[in-house]
Design a protein around this ligand. Structure first.
Ligand code: N01
Length: 538
């Protein structure tokens, strides 16, 4: 097969890849390496995916940079130097641009182009992909790598469009940055994006109002600059680090305490929590193996956390508002921060408790709650995403019998292994519902998925097949398995984006596979080794 790139006139190719984020970049590399012709489309003007769009102040990854990086090329991981334990958005974007250049990936991508639809030709088992620039491409395989957290959620606030000041969503932040000096700013939302940006906006703004609906659990990141010796040690240790990561529950080389939370003494428990706290970061919620399955165990971590957090907030009344009272620790994705709670000790920062005083809307000069009017020059929407299925819904993916994926998933997404959907042959969604994806290190998860897909395509070719399609029974069984796993976990108990609970009208269904990264990897690898049991090969 001959190589085809974005300069080739639209026509036929083996695979269309949608998205130039971590997964899309690797998909293009891997499929081309396999000798497939690939055309790839990306709505942004360059590679990077979430790291291209989310340029808000303070944006950085909460997985250590040494682990949040591709493992497929040892030369790449040996050559690249991370400057901080948790890399900032600009550094991760530079890394992904480097990857795109190093592996000559840009030539397969057409940027500034949104895929608008993909329609199955049932006879030929090919996908016709259309874009907002009027192209039409016919491909045997369709890979969507559109990102589980890419469709920004702007709540339907009454009068938002009448506000006379600036409005910025954290997920579509201006490339040139925003200067809040001398301004009265309102940040709405206290998830990861809000909690990362609030301390930096507070330093710049004249006045900052934080509109909090639900308090979140955040852990100090413990970020540090990496020196040469640390970097060298990381690089020398990569084989072991990666081995541990592939065998872990979350895709990083972390090991939980060997015993269950309540099987150790209170003193041992506190020592373990203290050690993990000093290391910093989200893994605090995985100090013990049962923290996300046993509410009593979870409560001990929460108590420790609460003591630490209350100790750094000057005003006990503010502390009371910042301590979550409606969900277990980690049931919503916990956050890592740099100085978040201390920000509320500043004289120019005010916390608005939306639980007591909800937003009724905006007008020309600011935000109105039931009890007050907040005069603002700028509003920052840190209001998250229509997660997991939101970006897929924007593509019209039409499978057998003219059924759209959106219609098929009205009651919630249903997949086999997160990799196949009955009625949608030769379609693979990367890092989406039914997979561990969002509960794991997304870089390794992207590699896992893309490698699996590339192997499935090779298997098909080796066996003279035209199509691979999940069987309905296999989908039903997998959906059941995912539901059962979720029901055993505290992850299922909060109103989080994992369940679509943040978006009015979405069915309440826990979407990721909650059985852990290594278990998921073993399952999908086993299915491949079995000759793709549960998939029909035609
Ligand atoms: O979004 P979120 P995010 N009125 O959905 C509030 C990843 N990520 O962008 O909880 C008032 O978590 C909403 O309130 P509530 C990470 O996986 C990673 O912060 O629904 N408030 C909540 O406080 C993360 O989990 C990194 O009551 C409204 C906030 O907006 C995921 O992306 C960095 C509202 C949304 O929080 C999403 O994070 C950033 C309304 N109508 C993101 N609607 C790192 O790697 C929503 N809210 C560190």
């Amino acid at each position: 097969m001959s190589e085809q790139d974005s300069t080739t006139p639209a026509g036929s190719c083996d695979a269309v890849v949608v998205g130039a984020g971590i997964a899309g970049l690797y998909a293009v590399h891997r499929l081309r390496e396999r000798g497939l012709t690939v055309r790839a489309f990306e709505a942004g003007s360059g590679p990077g995916g979430v790291w291209y769009w989310n340029r808000y102040p303070g944006a950085r990854c909460d997985v250590e940079s040494v682990d949040y990086s591709y493992s497929f090329s040892d030369e790449l991981q040996q050559d690249w130097d991370w400057s901080e334990k948790y890399a900032t958005q600009p550094e991760i974007l530079r890394y992904l641009e480097h990857v795109a250049d190093r592996f000559d990936l840009r030539r397969s991508f057409q940027f500034d182009t949104r895929v608008t639809s993909a329609t199955l030709d049932e006879q030929a088992l090919r996908w016709t992909v259309r874009t907002d620039r009027g192209e039409q491409v016919s491909a045997r395989f369709l890979l969507t790598a559109v990102g589980p957290l890419s469709n920004a959620n702007t709540p339907a606030f009454d009068g938002l469009d009448t506000f006379g000041g600036e409005v910025h969503h954290t997920a579509t932040w201006p490339h040139e940055g925003v200067d809040f000096t001398g301004k009265r700013v309102g940040v709405i939302g206290t998830g990861s994006s809000g909690i990362q940006s609030i301390p930096l906006i507070a330093e710049q703004a004249e006045r900052l109002f934080v509109f909090q609906r639900t308090a979140n659990y955040s852990i100090p990141a413990g970020n540090t600059r990496l020196d040469d010796a640390t970097r060298a040690a990381h690089k020398a240790d990569y084989p072991e680090r990666r081995r541990l990561s592939w065998e872990s529950g979350g895709g990083s080389p972390h090991r939980t305490h060997p015993k269950k939370t309540l099987d150790v003494t209170a003193r041992e428990r506190d020592t373990a929590y203290e050690e993990r706290w000093k290391l910093g970061g989200v893994l605090f919620s995985k100090t013990f193996p049962d923290q996300l399955t046993d509410l009593a165990a979870n409560h001990t971590a929460r108590e420790f956390w609460e003591r630490k957090v209350r100790a750094v907030i000057d005003d006990p009344a503010i502390a009371e508002l910042l301590v979550p009272n409606d969900h277990a620790m980690g049931a919503k994705r916990i956050v890592t921060d740099s100085g978040y709670y201390e920000t509320y000790n500043r004289g120019n920062v005010e916390l608005v408790n939306l639980k007591a005083d909800p937003i009724v809307g905006m007008d020309a000069t600011g935000v109105n709650t039931t009890g007050a009017h907040y005069e603002l020059d700028a509003i920052v929407l840190a209001t998250g995403f229509d997660a997991m299925t939101g970006s897929l819904d924007k593509l019209e993916i039409v499978g057998r019998g003219g059924q759209t994926l959106k219609d098929k998933w009205t009651a919630g997404p249903e997949t086999y292994l997160g990799l196949g959907v009955d009625g949608f042959p030769n379609f693979f969604n990367v890092n989406g519902p039914g997979a561990t994806g969002v509960l794991a290190n997304m870089v390794l998860h992207s590699e896992l998925h893309v490698d699996w897909i590339a192997d499935a395509i090779a298997y098909l070719d080796d066996h003279g097949g035209d199509g691979i399609e999940a069987e309905p029974e296999a989908v039903a069984e997998w959906v059941d398995k995912c539901r059962t796993l979720a029901e055993k976990s505290l992850l299922n108990t909060a109103n989080s984006w994992y369940l679509g609970a943040n978006i009015p009208g979405r069915p309440r269904v826990f979407m990721p596979f909650a059985g852990g990264f290594s278990t998921y990897r073993e399952i999908i690898t086993g299915i491949a080794e079995s000759g793709y049991k549960g998939f029909a090969i035609r």
